[in-house]
Design a protein around this ligand. Structure first.
Ligand code: WT7
Length: 651
């Protein structure tokens, strides 16, 4: 067997380029590449001056003294400044005509609708902040939020932020054990939850999981419950209180605390693919600044827009681009509680048509599901209100990108493919829709103020077109500050793998135009006869065949070749699995990227194992491909039946 090369080889080549439509650019906030380059250069030459200039856009109770204190790997931004993110998202708009503008338009899965203006949202947030205070929550305390996607979740976050409590949102799909681990890790004082929520037509109960969890969480002193479904639940006297009852007993007046720039805003647990969940800590000023700016630049927000990010608030995308980014910009954000295929596979298109959504931001996993369900669903609806599309979460295969562009965007709407992480807090690499010519499958170029590179493991920049490790070379305002309670892990995981830079954990290459192409997580890289290939490229080759909806590629040990490529494939609506199709697909990959990447084995399946946020869990597929079973940790898996089916599908 030959020696593995230290780097990741890039094999996929995508040549299509789509410049922004003229009429989009002419009205856009950033309307040309020259303008982007000028900003990027300004930030590159004098980063602290650049960020200081940008920070003028925020509301400060007291201006900062020092823009950045950088003692690697710890950064403090806008030291000496005082502000409040809840003030920036709410109070700031009340003195303007936006007081009576819709802040949130919410739709429940069963179909009910609620609209909250900035004035109304402000009043609710103030009331709940007073409730928190009355329950004994003070500045610095941690509060766990375990709720469905209802306005009360955003209200709770903003209320915590208003009094300086640190929120920890725990995705409503997690069960008791995940809840226990997260509550205890952060030492939360209070839990805010609901009786339940709706998902795919059924009620998901939340309170019973909380009841179980609270037996093992000594730090929790109380629990506030929103009545959402009306189901019968247990309310423990002296511990559990109804949201609607408490809200009646407090005033709607609660001035925002003047917090220090580095005051801890939230902890958000990210599973990684293995091991103990990491509590990613974000603080106030830097996080606000970068979510504010990126929302404005990338989504090109205008007051008349209806903006919809489909993410659950339980993920960072929901924190940054459902709640804080849009509200700090005074936007109108749509929120939808439920599943994309309830009551039918066109719920999203139905929502877009009825509400006249203009900006739509979703994930590749959703797009691949839409492709699989068939284009007749979106084609049934008037999607002419859309003017901008976005994607986040995984590399998007060029063919899925094309489908999104043609079928949803009618070749009219720019697509922003946004690369970032829970850890980065805000989008780092993305097209600016009025400026950047898009290439399907590329997140294009870093935003102003962001210095990214592709390096070898030893920290040497690689050449143009070569694969390597994606790194960030300078601190940025919305970066994570540490891992809650485990600073050593923070240093090791992010700042020690490659000396002196932030290690993102993704493989990438940069092309001749300075565009970044993300090749997948480096833990997923497959090694074939000494060639290390990124999963995204081989999968994209498979997805470029008309029969394929989704593909996940892994390596399994092979006595002869060292390792063999196994591809798990789901098919588009009308296509049927057959041995002939397997052969066709293998030939197709050979044609697209070469015999090197030809799958040794293709397995058709109905579904792929995914995390709850929709990422394919290749680690589990690797186990299935090599040993036929899964022994590793599956707590982040969304749908366990998928594993059963995959085992059963084995020949
Ligand atoms: C990982 C971060 C960022 C919010 C949602 C996920 C992958 C994310 C892209 C993209 C290629 C992407 C990366 C990254 N990823 N966006 N546009 N193109 N890959 O947050 O759960 O912290 O995951 O998601 O692998 O490292 P997260």
């Amino acid at each position: 067997m030959s020696q593995p090369t230290p780097n990741i080889e890039s094999v996929l080549h995508e040549e299509r380029v789509f410049p922004p439509p003229e009429d989009f650019s002419s009205r856009a906030l950033i309307g040309s590449m020259q303008e982007y380059e000028r900003l990027w250069q300004e930030a590159h030459d004098a980063p602290e001056e650049f960020w200081a200039r940008m920070a003028e856009e925020l509301h400060w109770f007291k201006r900062w003294d020092t823009v950045l204190k950088w003692e690697p790997p710890h950064a403090e931004w806008f030291v000496g400044g005082r502000l409040n993110i809840s003030y920036n998202c709410l109070d700031r708009h009340l003195e303007t005509w936006r007081r009576n503008k819709a802040a949130i338009i919410w739709e429940g899965e069963p179909g009910e609708q609620r609209t909250l203006t900035y004035g109304q949202l402000h009043a609710q947030v103030c009331r709940f902040a007073n409730v928190l205070k009355r329950e004994g929550v003070t500045k610095g305390d941690r509060v766990a939020l375990y709720m469905p996607l209802i306005p009360e979740l955003a209200i709770s976050m903003l209320a915590c932020a208003r009094i300086g409590a640190t929120h920890s949102v725990i995705f409503g799909g997690f069960s008791t054990q995940a809840l226990i681990d997260r509550i205890n890790d952060a030492g939360c004082k209070l839990v805010v939850t609901a009786d339940g929520g709706y998902r795919r037509g059924s009620e998901i109960k939340l309170k019973p999981a909380v009841d179980e969890a609270l037996k093992e969480t000594p730090s929790v002193k109380g629990c506030i419950v929103v009545r959402r479904t009306g189901t019968r639940i247990n309310m423990q006297a002296g511990r559990d209180y109804w949201w609607h009852e408490l809200m009646e007993t407090v005033s709607a007046n609660c001035p925002a605390e003047e917090l220090e720039s580095e005051h801890p805003l939230y902890i958000l647990y990210t599973s990684g693919t293995t091991g103990k969940p990491k509590g990613i800590l974000h603080t106030t000023a830097g996080y606000l600044l970068q979510t504010h700016l990126t929302t404005k630049w990338i989504f090109d927000l205008r007051d008349e827009d209806l903006y919809w990010c489909t993410a659950d608030i339980g993920w960072v995308t929901g924190h940054s681009y459902v709640v804080y980014g849009p509200l700090s910009n005074g936007a109108t954000a749509l929120m939808y509680e439920g599943a994309p295929n309830y009551p039918e596979a066109d719920r999203f298109w139905d929502i877009i048509e009825r509400h006249r959504v203009s900006i739509f931001y979703t994930a590749p996993t959703a797009i691949r599901a839409f492709i699989k369900w068939g284009e007749h669903w979106p084609l049934r609806h008037d999607l002419s209100s859309l003017r901008l599309l976005g994607t986040v979460g995984e590399p998007i295969n060029p063919e899925a990108w094309m489908w999104y562009r043609e079928i949803i965007g009618k070749a009219r709407c720019p697509i922003v493919d946004t690369w970032w992480q829970t850890e980065t807090g805000a989008i780092m690499i993305s097209p600016l829709p009025g400026a950047t010519p898009a290439k399907p499958g590329s997140a294009t170029r870093p935003l102003p103020g962001i210095e990214v590179d592709v390096m070898t493991r030893a920290g040497q920049p690689v050449g143009e077109g070569e694969g390597g490790y994606l790194v960030i070379k300078r601190p940025w305002p919305s970066m994570l500050r540490t891992i809650w309670g485990d600073d050593e892990r923070y240093r090791k995981q992010y700042w020690s793998e490659i000396p002196g830079v932030y290690f993102a954990g993704d493989g990438a290459r940069r092309d001749q135009d300075g565009y970044f192409w993300i090749m997948g997580r480096v833990d997923d890289v497959i090694n074939v006869s000494g060639h290390r290939l990124g999963t995204a490229e081989v999968e994209s080759a498979l997805v470029s065949h008309e029969a394929v909806a989704e593909a996940a590629v892994v390596a399994r040990p092979d006595e002869i070749k060292g390792s063999a490529i196994v591809a798990f494939v789901t098919l588009e609506g009308s296509h049927k699995s057959s041995d002939e199709l397997k052969e066709t697909l293998r030939r197709h990959v050979t044609k697209e990227i070469g015999a090197l990447a030809r799958p040794d084995e293709i397995r058709f399946t109905d579904a792929l194992p995914k995390t709850r946020s929709g990422k394919i869990m290749r680690r589990l597929l690797r186990e299935i491909a090599s040993s036929g079973s899964v022994a590793g940790d599956t707590t982040t898996l969304e749908d366990f039946s998928v594993l059963e089916k995959l085992r059963a599908d084995e020949e």
